[in-house]
Each structure stands twice: as structure tokens, then as C-alpha cells.
Design a protein around this ligand. Structure first.
Ligand code: NAP
Length: 808
């Protein structure tokens, strides 16, 4: 009796260990030594080198795993390539059966997977059993559905090819599911490399998939170090790289794949805000914090690691949080009643500890609860650091451990400012009982997932991914499919170019030598039109006061344009930002569509003038120029139509509540136009961007820029607010170089040369901006299939998923 009373008083739990026997038996069955899984077979390379997989909670050696080298990477890619031939042609309904079989089989082996995951990674069995593994199966069910529907719902798309997938150690099974399920559903084949610290569950998964009957070569798992990852990235026969990991490695991969024509999606790091307003349910929010930062020992990309609390409740909230921390249990991951398990590796433990020391050195006050840790193993106490400045490195950098920093705010706008004061943009959590306030803040935080009065919600039906330096591309949901699809008309680009390190340099243009004299001595010279740029809704002279001449196909002078420089681009970016923040993105779609219709109307009214200009510049026939102008008017109608029809969807997730995917604008989009179709190319790129609420800095065709310069008069008369469209003429590569290097440009679209595409992608790595390049390949702008539609809208937007639970 007294014992029961004692338990009630202390609320102490006894240990509830999960048995590791089945895992041990599986490891023993493999002799505790694993080869690589290629073509549904275990391959042990001759003279293989090994890596020791260790249980971080007790230091026990679990098994030896192979270090793949170039030969093995080649073999895995070859297996995937061969399998791609048949798998991509296998009907979607058949692929759906395979994915369904995989999901069933994963459920049958769910406990084995969960226990192994906890032993290999150190995460609590409560999490691996109740979150990681159920979500693993869920993703295969969800994407089995998309395989079933692909032929009817995604008719304009085809598989991409062989996909190299590289994942981190924090959610080994879940990351694998996010990547493999959509890839194979869409007919691709895969070479996956798990992180070194956590290789074992990917190997067990491979075996389970083969047992489910998946054809050989569709999924290959190779273990190895970062150099094996690099070999996958560089492999010429890999068509797409999907990477989840740190922003620094993401940057390296962007550079490595630049100009190659490989598709790339990057799910990177984060430093996500957890915002608590004074009217929030504070006890609920405290539990939210526990889940946000101490889930998986804080080794979570979207961990709510920056607590931002309203000042008037901050002291009370922090006290409640500290009280809660005193009751956290840290211990054996296989104990079903612990809150936090072990840190994955000693080096990670050291990094975390280093950050805590930095936080203290930066003036922070560190709180750790007075709780016992196991004597052995890599355990770390839940940690809270208060009193730091918003600019402190501990507040800005991803710690990737159980360390929470906290800041305070007074007003909602200050909360938003603090929340966005980061180079990342992966996730956010907002707590308030005022739904209007919470949703307003959710819409203003720049992040791919925002959880209102909840945190860390995931589901196959909802996309996940970053803004800014948290990467690009989405995993999960319908939006996640497009990472593994290519339009049917498009082959895998294989651009050929050589790299000139002086790319983007430019000597201002000298006076031209037209073959036909401008004045013949008998007639008056034409009245000169001073070449201008169009910035902030005004015609402005080029900063450098240099001018270039535009000659016709026969060498006759047809006009002049300003020769833009870095300063012109910077001014244009500033104007674009002003237009954006002054509300273009906030205007409703109806209003934007009216403006696009108005542009179309005014362009059509000057139809003949534009036709004449295209004929003059390009030497094309009247008929062909007329077709281009007509198509341009038509295209404006297309995006007037799309301006109020691409807002997003309600996702059918497992949350009791609402998950809305909002297609938000990218922000400021820099665009370099192609030379073919000087008017239509320009409009095909400008119109989708502004229809979806972006403001643009656009470099018209370098060879035939005059149509764009005539077009600004159309813009002037069409109610387009100043700064929404900014036009800078000049040397395309010189100007785009400044655009891609500019910190305040969110995305760059480039339709110049193959070499230019390489440089744009390579330079974009500096702040991980999203790019869309044409690799110097032809595109038929006149065709609706290639010149408009979903591909353009997709590039003009980024998906934010907002999760709102409902009910009392
Ligand atoms: P990491 O060091 O970037 O490694 C990730 C993966 O890339 C591992 O498989 C690693 O192999 C491999 N790799 C490392 N260098 C490489 C290179 N040069 N070329 C090719 N592959 C290379 O990241 P991590 O420490 O494992 O994971 C933590 C990071 O992942 C955090 O920043 C976290 O925020 C992020 N993350 C993001 C998401 C998301 O969805 N956005 C989800 C989870 C985690 P080795 O292990 O063999 O070195």
C-alpha cells in the first residue's frame, strides 16, 4: 500500500524494456556482417572494407557494414538502369500492387524494424514503434495510390530514370520512405545510401522489400561513407539526386550537379521557431515544446529549437517548462517509458556540448534538470538556454540536439520578425487560442510547414520541405511526386559545354557599325528614343550610361537599348522587393487576373506594332511574327485564368483537423529570357511569375530586346503596380550573374546557354536559391505543351503546409 502511495506521489515509472532478441537473431543470421544490396542480392565486394555499426546507448557492436567504392556504386547504378527499362514501362496499376505489398510486408515486420531502429540510432522505442515505422508503411500505402492513378492523373509526365538518394541518420527509415516510395511509384529505380551512423534498418528494409517480390534492381541499397555518396552524385548514369542532410553538404551537391541536367531536390537543415502568444493554452504549449525539441533527442531537422514567447507570460511559461523538464526521463532507448534516448554518436554529442558552452559564453543562462542519466552511453540532458541575443550564434545555428534557446517578443509583428530572422525556413509552430492571429502569423512565417497549436505533424498525404536555406523540393503529398517526374515531351538534358571562369564578365558595348547608314543626307534623321530600363514602374536611364544597338538580321539599326550593369540589377531587385512587401502577393487572385487580362487587352490593341517589331528584329515572316503576338496574348489569358486557380489544396492527412497546402509565391524571381520568340518567351516567363504573386526582375532576349522595351508601355497602361515587373536590358550572362549572387533574389530562371545554366546553378549554391534552367536546349515556346502550364506554375510557387487541429 505504501508502495502504491509512493508511486502516486513520485509518479516514478519502473523500467519497461523491449526485448532485443529478434534483432539479435537477425544480425546473427547475417553473421553480423553485411554486404551491399544490389539486384535483390547481397553482394560482398572482394577485399571489402568495413564500418562498425554501434548501438549508441551502450557502445555495443551491432554489426560490420561494407564501405562501397566506385566499382560497387557502378554496379548498383547499372542494376538500377537495367531495371528502369522494365519498371518504368510496368503499368502504374501493377506498380501500385508492389508498393501495396511492400507496405503490408513492412507492417508484418514492424516490431523488428522499430527495435532495430532504436538500437542503431538510439531513439526511444516509443517513437520508432509509434511514429517512424507506422509512417514508413503509410508512405508506401499513400504512394501505392499515386502509382495506381499515375496514368490518368499525371498523363503529361514520365519517370525521370535512375535516382540516387542520400539520407541522414536522424530518421533512417522515415527518410528512406519519403524518398523511395514516390520514386518507385512514379516508375523510377533507386540507389540509396543511408548515413554511416545508421545503416542497418535500410539493409533490413531492402530484405523486406525483396521478400515482398519487388523486381530486382528497382531498389538497391549501398552502404558507404560520404565518398560513396559523392560517387552516386557524380555518376553520369544517375538522372536525379534526392538528398536530405545538412545545408553545407547540400551546397556541395548543388555545385557538383550544376549544369549536368540532373534533377536535384534538397531537404536541408533548420532552426525552426516555436511561437507562444499570451492567450495560448500554456500547459498545452509546454507539452508542445517537449515534443518540438526533445523528440528524437532534438536531432530533428524541423525541431522547434527557437522558443519565442510573448514577454508578459515569458517568466511563467519558462517556469512551467523547467518544471516539466524535471520530469523528463532519459535512458535506454528500448525502455518503453523513457522520453529521450541516446545521441547517435560521440562526435554529435561533442558538437552539442560545444554549442551549449558557446551559448553560455554568449551570455546565455543554461538550465538542465536535475535528473539522472545512465552511467554508460551517449546521453544528454534536455537543455534550455535563456537570455540570449537574437543574433547569438547559438540562436542562429542548427545545434541538432536537445538544446532549446528562448527569446521574447511584445507584438505579433515582432514575433514574425524574430521567427523569420534566420537563413532557414523549414518549419514553425504557432500557439494561440486566437485562430485569426495564429493563421495570420502562420501565413507570414517563411517556412514549408507551419503547425498551429501542434508540432511535428507528418503524414504521407502532406508535403514537407524548406524555404530559403532549408532547401527545395517537397517530399510527401501530391507535390512530392514532381521531384520524380519529367514532362513527357522532355528528354533528360545532357548539356555539353566547357567552363569559362570569366563567365559573366562584360565590356560595355561600343557604338555599332551598321551596314546601312542611319541618315542618307537627303532625309531628316529619325528622332532618337533614349534607351531606358524599366525599374519600379518608371523608365530609368542605365546606371552606366552605356548603350547597345539592336541590329536587324540584315545589319540595319532597328533601335537601341541600355546596357545594364550590377547597379541596375540591384535597383531592380530593390524595387521588386518593395512591390512585394507593399502587397502584390497579398492581392487576391481575382485582382491579379484582372490585371493580366488588362495587359492582354492592351497588347492586343498594339498588335500590329509588335508584329512589325518582331519582323524588323528577327527577319522572320509577317505570318510567323503575327502568330507569336497572337500566342502572347493567348498566354496572358492563360495566366489570367491561373491567377485565381492555383492557391492550394486541403490535404487529406491523418490529423483530426485541417491541413492546407498553400501555393505561396517564391518572392522575387530573377528571369533571363531566351532569344527565340523575343516577345512570347518574355511573356511566357513573366506572366506565370506575376500571376502567382511574385515580383520579377527580367532580362529580355539579349539579341532581340526591343519587344520587351515596347512592352513596358503596355505595362504602364495596364494598372501593374510599379516594381512588380522590372526590365533590365543588356548582356544576359553579365546581368544574371548579379541576380543569382543577390541575397534578396529568391529564385532564378535562366534560358540562355548550357554553360550559363551551369554557372547559374553553381552560383545559386551560395544561399541555396532555387533555380530553373533550360540547359541551352530548345523549347518550343509556341506550343502550349512546352510553353505554359503546370511546370511554370510549379516553378513560380513553393508549397507551405499549415496544420490546424480542430475540436476542443
Ligand atoms: P550530412 O552530414 O549532410 O549527411 C547526410 C548524408 O549525406 C549522409 O548519408 C552522409 O554520408 C552523406 N554525405 C555527407 N557528405 C557527402 C558528400 N560530400 N557527398 C555525398 N554524400 C555525402 O547530415 P547528417 O549529419 O547525416 O544529418 C543531419 C542534417 O540533416 C541536419 O542538418 C538536419 O537538419 C538535416 N535533415 C533535414 C531533413 C529535411 O527533411 N529537411 C530531415 C532530416 C535531417 P555519411 O553519413 O556516410 O557521412
Amino acid at each position: 500500500m505504501s508502495k502504491i502511495l509512493e508511486i502516486f506521489n513520485t509518479m516514478e515509472y519502473g523500467p519497461a524494456p523491449e526485448a532485443p532478441d529478434a534483432v539479435k537473431a537477425w544480425l546473427d543470421e547475417h553473421g553480423r556482417k553485411f554486404g551491399l544490396f544490389i539486384n535483390n542480392e547481397w553482394v560482398m565486394p572482394k577485399g571489402a572494407k568495413f564500418y562498425s555499426s554501434i548501438n549508441p546507448s551502450n557502445g555495443e557492436l551491432l554489426a560490420e557494414t561494407t564501405q562501397a567504392g566506385q566499382k560497387e556504386v557502378d554496379a548498383a547504378v547499372a542494376a538500377a538502369r537495367e531495371a528502369f527499362g522494365t519498371w518504368s514501362k510496368t503499368p502504374g496499376v501493377t506498380r501500385a500492387r508492389y508498393l501495396y505489398a511492400i507496405a503490408r510486408n513492412l507492417q508484418k515486420h514492424s516490431r523488428l524494424l522499430a527495435v532495430l531502429e532504436s538500437m542503431d540510432n538510439g531513439k526511444p522505442i516509443r517513437e520508432s514503434r509509434d511514429i517512424d515505422v507506422p509512417l514508413l508503411a503509410r508512405h508506401f500505402y499513400y504512394y501505392a495510390g499515386w502509382a495506381q492513378l499515375m496514368e490518368t492523373e499525371l498523363r503529361d509526365y514520365q519517370s525521370v530514370g535512375v535516382v540516387g538518394q542520400i539520407i541522414p541518420w536522424n530518421f533512417p527509415l522515415l527518410m528512406l520512405a519519403w524518398k523511395i516510395a514516390p520514386a518507385i511509384a512514379m516508375g523510377n529505380t533507386v540507389v540509396l545510401k543511408p548515413a554511416s551512423y545508421t545503416r542497418l534498418t535500410a539493409l533490413l528494409f531492402a530484405e523486406i522489400v525483396a521478400e515482398a517480390g519487388l523486381p530486382a534492381g528497382v531498389v538497391n541499397v549501398i552502404t558507404g561513407s560520404s565518398s560513396a555518396g559523392s560517387m552516386i552524385v557524380e555518376h553520369p548514369d544517375v538522372d536525379k539526386i534526392a538528398f536530405t542532410g545538412s545545408t553545407d553538404v547540400g551546397r556541395t551537391l548543388r555545385k557538383q550537379t550544376a549544369g549536368s541536367g540532373k534533377k536535384l531536390s534538397l531537404e536541408l537543415g533548420g532552426k525552426s521557431p516555436f511561437v507562444v502568444f499570451d492567450d495560448a493554452d500554456l500547459d498545452g504549449a509546454v507539452e508542445g515544446v517537449v515534443d518540438a525539441i526533445w523528440f528524437n533527442q532534438g536531432q530533428v531537422c524541423c525541431a522547434g529549437s527557437r522558443l519565442i514567447v510573448q514577454e508578459n507570460i515569458a517568466a511563467k511559461f519558462i517556469q512551467k517548462l523547467k518544471n516539466r523538464m524535471q520530469h523528463m526521463r532519459v535512458g535506454d532507448p528500448l525502455d518503453k517509458s523513457i522520453d529521450m534516448g541516446a545521441i547517435v554518436d560521440q562526435s554529435q554529442w561533442d558538437t552539442i556540448d560545444g554549442w551549449v558552452k558557446t551559448g553560455i559564453a554568449e551570455g546565455g543562462e543554461c538550465f538542465q534538470p536535475n535528473i539522472a542519466l545512465p552511467e554508460k552511453g551517449l546521453f544528454y540532458k534536455p537543455t534550455l538556454i535563456t537570455g540570449l541575443d537574437a543574433a547569438a550564434s547559438t540562436v542562429q545555428e542548427e545545434i541538432f540536439g536537445p538544446v532549446l534557446v528562448s527569446l521574447t517578443f511584445r507584438t505579433p509583428s515582432e514575433a514574425i520578425e524574430l521567427a523569420n530572422n534566420t537563413r532557414y525556413g523549414l518549419a514553425a509552430s504557432v500557439w494561440s487560442d486566437n485562430i485569426n492571429l495564429a493563421l495570420d502569423v502562420a501565413s507570414k512565417i517563411k517556412a514549408g510547414s507551419v503547425w498551429v497549436n501542434c508540432t511535428n505533424q507528418f503524414d504521407g498525404a502532406s508535403g514537407f520541405g524548406g524555404y530559403r536555406e532549408s532547401g527545395y523540393g517537397r517530399e510527401g503529398g501530391r507535390e512530392g511526386l514532381f521531384e520524380y517526374l519529367r514532362p513527357t515531351w522532355m528528354d533528360r538534358p545532357r548539356p555539353e559545354f566547357s567552363v569559362n571562369e570569366k563567365w559573366g564578365g562584360h565590356v560595355p558595348t561600343l557604338p555599332s557599325q551598321p551596314t546601312t547608314a542611319r541618315a542618307n543626307g537627303h532625309s531628316l534623321p529619325p528622332i532618337d528614343r533614349t534607351p531606358k530600363m524599366y525599374i519600379g514602374g518608371k523608365q530609368v536611364r542605365p546606371d552606366g550610361a552605356y548603350t547597345s544597338s539592336v541590329l536587324s538580321a540584315k545589319g540595319k539599326l532597328v533601335g537601341q537599348v541600355g546596357d545594364g550593369n550590377r547597379k541596375d540589377i540591384r535597383d531592380a531587385v530593390e524595387a521588386a522587393h518593395k512591390a512585394r512587401t507593399s502587397g502584390w502577393a497579398m492581392r487576391h487572385g481575382y485582382n491579379r487576373s484582372q490585371i493580366l487580362y488588362f495587359i492582354a487587352e492592351n497588347l492586343d490593341a498594339r498588335n500590329a506594332e509588335f508584329v512589325k517589331r518582331i519582323v524588323e528584329m528577327t527577319g522572320r515572316t509577317q505570318k510567323s511574327a503575327q502568330a507569336e503576338v497572337d500566342a502572347s496574348v493567348e498566354r496572358l489569358f492563360t495566366y489570367a485564368a491561373w491567377a485565381d486557380k492555383y492557391g492550394g489544396t486541403v490535404q487529406e492527412t491523418t490529423l483530426r483537423g485541417i491541413t492546407v497546402a498553400v501555393n505561396e509565391p517564391m518572392g522575387v524571381v530573377g528571369i533571363a529570357c531566351p532569344d527565340e520568340n523575343p516577345l512570347l518567351g518574355f511573356i511566357s516567363l513573366m506572366a506565370p511569375a506575376i500571376a502567382r504573386g511574385n515580383s520579377v526582375v527580367i532580362i529580355p532576349s539579349q539579341k532581340y530586346p526591343l519587344s520587351a522595351m515596347d512592352f513596358y508601355q503596355v505595362l504602364d497602361t495596364s494598372d501593374v503596380p510599379g516594381g512588380v515587373v522590372n526590365i533590365v536590358t543588356g548582356d544576359r550572362d553579365h546581368l544574371v550573374k548579379t541576380l543569382v549572387q543577390h541575397e534578396d533574389v529568391d529564385s532564378v530562371w535562366y534560358f540562355g546557354s548550357a554553360e550559363g545554366s551551369y554557372h547559374v546553378e553553381n552560383e545559386s549554391a551560395a544561399n541555396m536559391k532555387r533555380t530553373w534552367t533550360g540547359y541551352g536546349l530548345p523549347r518550343n515556346w509556341m506550343s502550349r505543351e512546352q510553353g505554359e502550364g503546370h511546370e511554370f506554375l510549379h516553378e513560380a510557387t513553393q508549397v507551405k503546409n499549415i496544420w490546424v487541429p480542430t475540436g476542443e
